[in-house]
Design a protein. Structure first.
Length: 292
């Protein structure tokens, strides 16, 4: 690697100022950035380390019952937060799929989002949970939906002098559940050929009142599937309904074919993973769904 400057600010404002001086990149876990610099895929004059900023590494439950996850909090820290794991088990569960245990001790949800890989495992379920991103920049702070941060493979919508400060999860909705499933050739330390994150909420009559489905690795960015979501709403959970939602989500996917999987193969994976994720949600909600 060529020589580069290193800064380690202790406040978000100082980090924004450092990034504004040009030719700089923010570093949280560094599991992607350091490799990209070493391989010459990123030319960086200054690295701004965010790990010493307390609010970026903190995880806290909010007064309304929601959660604030610092963008630089690593996945092992997220998994160890008992209240978060109890409220939203799908969040730490998806984080455990990212790399090895050693990687999870460095990498975090903020980096998984900002790296903007279409196959990012921790992202779909966070989008399904309607999470918001808190962003700091020279003009102050703003919030956007997490799904609005993705522009194209490897490119997010943050300005060069902005940082992701935290991910904000809303309070848990009554009678709701979420799940993320993926398929990889190897059991661990591999990139998803396809993934599906789902969230459903039941109404008082037992029908699905609301739903969200977000796919990984089958579009340039994490992909919401509005037609599949609409197909679930107002319906009573069943194998047939979930299978139909999976097939609809597969039709909405826009995968490419490569050496890891053809277009048709990825679509079939989407159908199966979406159905299984929905069945997992039904199980968490203690619904009795008999086999077809």
């Amino acid at each position: 690697m060529k020589p580069l400057a290193y800064e380690c600010p202790t406040t978000a404002a100082d980090a924004v100022a450092a990034l504004g001086r040009g030719d700089a990149r923010a570093l949280a876990g560094g599991t992607d950035l350091i490799v990209q610099i070493r391989e010459g895929r990123k030319s960086v004059g200054r690295v701004v380390d965010l790990k010493r900023i307390p609010e970026l590494t903190a995880i806290a439950q909010q007064p309304d019952g929601g959660f604030r996850i610092g963008a630089a909090a690593n996945f092992n820290k997220i998994a160890a937060h008992a209240a978060l794991a109890n409220a939203y088990p799908s969040v730490p569960n998806s984080g455990r799929l990212v790399g090895s245990l050693q990687v999870q001790n460095r990498a975090g949800l903020g980096g998984n989002i900002c790296n903007a890989a279409p196959s990012a495992d921790a992202v779909p379920v966070v989008i399904c949970l309607d999470a918001r991103a808190e962003i700091a920049g020279p003009k102050g702070r703003r919030q956007v939906a997490v799904e609005a941060l993705f522009a194209s493979p490897g490119r997010n919508t943050l300005a060069t002098d902005e940082i992701l400060v935290s991910i904000l999860l809303p309070p848990v909705r009554p009678r709701s559940a979420s799940c993320y499933l993926r398929f990889t050739p190897r059991r661990e330390m591999d990139i998803a050929i396809a993934g599906a994150g789902v969230w459903i909420a039941l109404g008082s009559d037992g029908t699905i009142e609301d739903s969200r489905i977000t796919l990984a690795a089958v579009a340039p960015v994490p992909l919401r599937t509005p037609m599949a979501e609409k197909a679930l709403k107002g319906e009573r959970p069943s194998h047939a309904l979930f299978a139909d939602a999976g097939r609809t989500a597969a039709r909405e996917a826009t995968p490419i074919g490569d050496t890891r999987g053809s277009v048709d193969y990825r679509r079939e994976l989407v159908a199966v993973l979406t159905q299984r994720a929905l069945l997992s949600c039904a199980k968490d909600l203690k619904l009795r769904i008999t086999s077809p």
